[in-house]
Design a protein around this ligand. Structure first.
Ligand SMILES: [Zn+2]
Length: 430
């Protein structure tokens, strides 16, 4: 990567101000380079470039570090949107949202993995979301006629392992999804059987570093899933698609976090359904409850890539917006929104930060760039990106050159560009 040490210093010194939330942080997992940078003193820039750009590659000399070891040292950057992004690229059918693309279009999946890795993701998640056999056979989905959960998870592992091997030191996550069988009240045994089929493929692969069960709507199903995942003997993460109102059975948000931790999850948190601001409120509720219970799993957050403040108190989040899922583009986060979110989440104590539906590779790059001082490195994709629009200095247009700087981009208020549209949705479907 042909960036000067000044490049990293630039990200460091122009990041969002540390404010109220930082003061509330109770624990900080110290990262050696974080201290060496002089986190609060931007003048300490006398370190040699080789040290400033210490990449995770050097860790491989001593063996690959696992997820929990990395989380103890500092922030871990996850990857972003798969089903949403691959639907837009023509490889996934919106509706069923099942991942048969791993068999039908492996090159499409590989390319997205590569883009997230280049954007700074420390983790690549096997594209196995909604791969369960019961989901493949739900009404209207023809995928179940030709593929099984086992086939898809095997193919997804092969793909993600191939891409991860092209990188320096990327972790592989085996992803599990909630089961229609739980919604149909088929009971613990049937539900755990669906999880076991998902997990079996990952359990037998040494290359899969940890397991994640995500988009969970009921903490009871989380407990059953965590039990099934723990049997694989790898670190376990679990994230729920909940907001401040708690889970689908009325279990409060804080209690959900406590129950996931007590079930044995090493990492707990939330993903999808809510925007960055609502997700920050939710994760803070989880942290408060965990602290009160004397539990300290790592916190994980992978929010929606769209703004949707209207649905903060609705149980299915952005699904209630009539424009979901095919007309959400005007609500997309900017890279600056993501930087601000990354700083706030980190200062709340969250150590695993990624994105869900709508999070494109450049959003992941924004996470990695904002937390570059803590991580001691920038993503490869930052070779083509300067902080706060800095590269606009090279524009042919004088008015554009004036936008090269933090003041412009930090204060910009993007507009809809749709003259007859309301700013917020005035009708929510239930
Ligand atoms: Zn999502």
């Amino acid at each position: 990567m042909k960036l000067s040490a000044a490049g990293l210093v630039a990200w460091h010194s122009v990041g969002f101000p540390r404010g109220r939330i930082f003061a509330q942080r109770k624990s900080c997992h110290v990262y050696p380079t974080h201290l060496a940078f002089g986190y609060f003193d931007h003048r300490k820039q006398s370190l040699p470039p080789a040290f400033l750009f210490r990449t995770s590659h050097s860790d491989t000399m001593m063996g690959k570090k696992g997820l929990l070891e990395r989380l103890a040292e500092g922030p871990v950057i996850g990857d972003g949107s798969y089903v949403f992004t691959l639907e837009k690229r023509g490889y996934v059918k919106g509706g069923p949202w099942t991942p048969e693309a791993v068999i039908e279009h492996p090159e499409g999946v590989k390319q997205l993995h590569r883009e997230f890795m280049r954007a700074g993701a420390d983790v690549l998640q096997a594209f196995t979301f909604y791969s369960t056999d019961d989901k493949l056979h739900l009404a209207g989905n023809l995928a179940g006629e030709s593929v099984t959960c086992h086939d898809q998870n095997e193919a997804a592992c092969k793909i993600v392992q191939e891409v991860a091997a092209e990188g320096k030191d990327v972790l592989i996550c085996g992803g599990c999804s909630p089961t229609p069988s739980y919604m149909e009240k088929k009971g613990k045994e049937v539900v755990q059987q669906e999880f076991k089929k998902q997990v079996d493929v990952f359990a037998h692969r040494e290359e899969v570093d940890f397991l994640l069960c995500e988009f969970m709507g009921h903490v009871e199903e989380c407990e059953w899933a965590i039990e099934a995942m723990k049997a694989a003997g790898k670190p376990v993460a679990c994230t729920m698609r909940i907001g401040p109102k708690g889970d689908q059975n009325g279990v409060p948000t804080g209690e959900c976090a406590v129950r996931m931790a007590k079930a044995g999850a090493d990492v707990v948190g939330i993903n999808c359904l809510y925007d960055v601001n609502t997700s920050l409120k939710t994760i803070e509720m989880m942290k408060t409850a965990l602290d009160k219970a004397g539990l300290s799993p790592y916190l994980m957050i992978q929010p929606l890539g769209y703004h949707c403040p209207e649905v903060e108190n609705m149980l299915e989040g952005y699904f209630h917006l009539p424009e979901a899922p095919f007309a959400l583009e005007p609500r997309l986060l900017t890279r600056f929104d993501v930087q601000k979110f990354a700083r706030a989440a980190y200062e709340l104590g969250v150590r695993y930060l990624g994105g869900c539906c709508g999070f494109e590779p450049y959003h992941i790059r924004a996470l990695a760039e904002e937390l570059a001082p803590e991580r001691g490195r920038l993503p490869d994709a930052s070779a083509k990106h300067e902080p706060w629009g800095g590269a606009l200095k090279g524009s042919m247009f004088a008015f554009m050159r004036k936008r090269a700087g933090r003041e412009h981009w930090e204060n910009i208020k993007p507009t809809l560009g749709r003259p007859d549209h309301p700013v917020l949705q005035d009708h929510l479907d239930e």
